[in-house]
Design a protein around this ligand. Sequence first.
Ligand code: HEM
Ligand code: HEM
Length: 126
Amino acid sequence: MQGVARNFFTLAIIYSLCGMALGLYMAISQDHGQMPTHAHTMVAGWLMSAVFAFFYHLFPAVGQKMLATIHFWLTAISGIGLLIGLYFLLAGNAAIEPLVGISSMGFYASMLLFAFVALPAVWKTA
Ligand code: HEM
Ligand code: HEM
């Protein structure tokens, strides 16, 4: 694995370790107040980043495009902003809501960009 694929896989592993640690904390403390943070870290973080990693591994030519690098950084920055923001929002810091909103829109934009980058590659004939 190389380049964008390897970056996404590394990001995915970091999300899984952080998200599972939060899950363990919730289970041990019996305080499930951070459930949405845990759920999104695991699925929007670990699982989605892993899917992106394997996509770019399967389509190395797509992974070499500048748009793929932009896709990685937009996904990473908006995703981390979204999850850290959500953590503090659910911990009672209402002032952080704009960060959560902006990051959510950035995360959606990164998925749109991925559609633009990935769909032509999977529909290409021969
Ligand atoms: C160390 C391992 C894990 C622990 C201790 C853990 C713990 C928890 C806890 C305590 C909840 C809250 C349940 C509730 O309040 O109803 C939860 C929810 C959730 N977990 Fe985990 N979890 C772990 C791993 C994972 C993994 C690997 C994934 C996915 C790849 C995952 C995905 C989710 C999701 C999506 C929810 C929300 C479920 C719902 O909407 O009801 N968790 N987890
Ligand atoms: C633009 C980004 C996203 C936003 C703004 C968003 C927002 C939300 C909201 C408002 C809820 C309800 C939470 C609650 O009732 O406590 C939710 C739940 C959930 N979302 Fe997302 N979501 C996003 C992306 C995703 C993605 C990409 C996935 C999966 C890959 C996902 C998986 C889930 C799951 C499993 C739940 C149920 C667990 C929970 O209640 O926290 N979300 N999301």
